[in-house]
Design a protein around this ligand. Structure first.
Ligand SMILES: C[S@@+](CC[C@H](N)C(=O)[O-])C[C@H]1O[C@@H](n2cnc3c(N)ncnc32)[C@H](O)[C@@H]1O
Length: 227
């Protein structure tokens, strides 16, 4: 299984001045969440926005089925961003206790305003797990490099984790993607990393056993501690 990790770049167009050269810091994410009105922005009405993404229900149902299998009562989600996946999880499992965490402070404050009854906290996932009996990394894979992820999975070594991938890059696309990134305009911002399946699975091989599953249209894994 080929383990390939490539740098990812994204052209934010007019929002480039807000994001800067590299998306991977909390100020850049806050700028996208709070000062734009595109797909990265936190919508004023989260429930209406969740309604407009019916495909997210299938993702949530698949994640919830894994949590049911674990008899999880309290899920902590990291890097929640707009928190729409978590809105759907709460809809499909109203009795599940949910803690929403993010490292971008403005995003946390805005979510606390919009969701006054929810448990929303500022937390950097590199500081290890927050209290809960299951943990969700939903489309966070691009945000850390391989060494960063191995440290995170080490810190979460006793934890059950659902990992939902932004994208699993087919091995046959790797060369083409590499050329594409190199040819992107210089104003395209650095936007983390993309990985093949082998590269994903190498991140947690030492700490967790993994069962792959489909979360609707996305690829996912249910991780259990080896220890
Ligand atoms: C690609 S977005 C995914 C957002 C959301 N989970 C989703 O699936 O739509 C990555 C999010 O993770 C947050 N993030 C990045 N690094 C983080 C870290 N070390 N700790 C906590 N949150 C982080 C960013 O602020 C951003 O909102």
């Amino acid at each position: 299984v080929l383990k390939i990790t490539l740098p990812h770049r994204f052209d934010f167009g007019e929002d480039r001045q807000l994001v800067g050269e590299d998306i991977l810091h909390p100020e850049a994410w806050d700028a996208l969440r709070l000062q734009t009105d595109g797909p990265f922005a936190i919508p004023a009405d989260l429930d209406a926005a969740a309604d407009a993404q019916p495909a997210a229900r299938d993702r949530a149902e698949a994640i919830a089925a894994v949590l049911d299998g674990w008899e999880a009562q309290h899920l902590v989600s990291y890097g929640v961003g707009t928190a729409l996946p978590e809105r759907w999880l709460q809809r499909v499992r109203p009795n599940l206790r949910l803690t929403l965490t993010e490292y971008a402070p403005g995003t946390v404050a805005r979510l606390q305003e919009l969701l006054p009854d929810a448990d929303v906290r500022r937390h950097d996932l590199r500081d290890g797990p927050a209290d809960g009996d299951a943990h969700l990394f939903h489309r966070l894979d691009t945000d850390l490099d391989n060494a960063g992820w191995r440290e995170v999975f080490g810190a979460f070594g006793d934890a059950r984790i659902v990992v939902v991938a932004t994208e699993v890059m087919p091995v046959r696309q790797a060369l083409y993607r590499w050329q594409l990134v190199r040819r992107m305009p210089t104003h395209a911002s650095r936007a983390g990393w993309v990985r093949t399946r082998g590269a994903f699975e190498a991140l947690w091989r030492r700490t967790h056993t993994a069962r792959p599953f489909r979360a609707g249209d996305l690829e996912a894994w249910a991780l259990e501690p080896r220890s």
